[in-house]
Design a protein around this ligand. Structure first.
Ligand SMILES: Nc1ncnc2c1ncn2[C@@H]1O[C@H](COP(=O)(O)OP(=O)(O)OP(=O)(O)O)[C@@H](O)[C@H]1O
Ligand SMILES: [Mg+2]
Length: 344
């Protein structure tokens, strides 16, 4: 089976082609056109600019993704992100997918972007066992989810204010480290020396509460108080970046580990843009192994937004449908509507 995935929910225009072979998914192409250099000028994403760039890039990106098969007729399924995300960005991918579905008479399946992040873990991987506890940690979301099997999700908790990625981005902005903030904080934190003149302590919000919710807006405010009236030199920046990263990761890893114990998870799944953070990957792995569980985390290029994860989610969703439901997918080009506020 050949699956074409399309993703335009935020500031990456992406198209991917996946092939399933005996139930195993293989990436044939995963083209991502990032707008990060343009939005960097504004220190954040400008929705109007993002949508215009998606419009410019969507066809060249699709063309590049299908170069191996040349002909879209060969595709068996089209999967597209229909939410959550920026409405004008989502519309570009959804309208492109509808057009291809109509023209080539191909089934079209709408995919929740967050589900896509989770399914990045199922590409080339067949050993994930259920129940699984998933941490989806990205620019707009921080969600702990219990996956009882491929189709059943139960939300355990989520952030009450800022997402973890948003906290990375906002602290990076306060420290003038550039955009996106996550990779910038990670790089600056790596330069932190143990014998630095600064040893800073930041709070670990909600680390001990008996729910599975998170809160990161206070952490950003705590950083704001630390820098008030201070000369922000290189050492101070490194210490603050290091401690911010430690605080965020400590909370994420501790709460995920607790959820995995409480719900007797057999696997722990990490996903979303923040999952590209090396320190988070190491800490989560350590905690998982300590409790005899296996951690699954995608390669770093599949953590941030990409269409391969959308195609993967489409493939698994398709296989949960009966014959009639599969036939109905041929009419989805008339029906699918974007949903910017979609939840898991
Ligand atoms: N190495 C890293 N360390 C920490 N954070 C990172 C790293 N790489 C990326 N991020 C963060 O990941 C976020 C981007 O992830 P992603 O592309 O999944 O978010 P999004 O698609 O904008 O949001 P959502 O998936 O919630 O709709 C940004 O906040 C970015 O700072
Ligand atoms: Mg994302």
């Amino acid at each position: 089976m050949l699956i074409l995935g399309l993703e335009t929910s935020c500031d990456e225009t992406s198209a991917a082609l996946l092939r399933s072979e005996k139930g195993r998914l293989k990436i044939l192409s995963n083209v991502v056109s990032s707008q990060v250099k343009i939005h960097r000028r504004y220190k954040g994403i400008v929705p109007e600019v993002a949508a215009r760039l998606h419009l410019e890039k969507i066809l060249p990106v699709i063309k590049e993704a299908i170069v191996e098969i040349k002909n879209l007729q060969k595709i068996d399924l089209i999967a597209v992100t229909f939410g959550p995300g920026l409405i004008t960005s989502l519309l570009v991918g959804v309208e492109a997918a509808k057009t291809l579905s109509y023209l080539f008479k191909k089934p079209l399946i709408p995919i929740n972007h967050l589900e896509g992040h989770i399914y990045a873990n199922f590409i080339n991987e067949q050993s994930i066992r259920f129940p699984a506890v998933c941490l989806v940690v990205s620019g707009g979301h921080t969600e702990l989810v219990l996956m009882k099997d491929l189709s059943q999700y139960q939300k355990l908790g989520s952030t009450r204010d800022d997402a973890a990625g948003e906290c990375f981005d906002k602290v990076a902005k306060l420290l003038n480290l550039g955009y996106p903030g996550g990779p910038a904080i990670e790089k600056t934190a790596q330069a932190f020396q143990r014998d630095s003149p600064f040893s800073l302590n930041l709070p670990r919000p909600m680390i001990g509460t008996h729910d599975f919710d998170f809160s990161f807006s206070g952490l950003k405010t705590a950083v704001l108080y630390k820098i008030k009236g201070m000369k922000i030199d290189k050492n101070f920046k490194e210490a603050l970046a290091y401690e911010t990263q430690e605080a965020i990761i400590d909370v994420l890893a501790t709460k995920t580990a607790r959820a995995s114990r409480e719900f007797k998870a057999k696997s722990i799944i990490l996903s979303g843009g923040v999952a590209a953070n090396e320190r988070l990957r190491v800490m989560m792995k350590e905690k998982a192994e300590k409790s005899g569980k296996k951690l699954f985390v995608p390669p770093k290029n599949l953590c941030t937004d990409n269409a391969a994860m959308i195609a993967a989610a489409g493939y698994f969703r398709y296989h949960l449908l009966n014959k009639k439901q599969r036939l109905d997918l041929l009419n989805n080009w008339r029906k699918i509507k974007v949903d910017p506020n979609l939840m898991l």
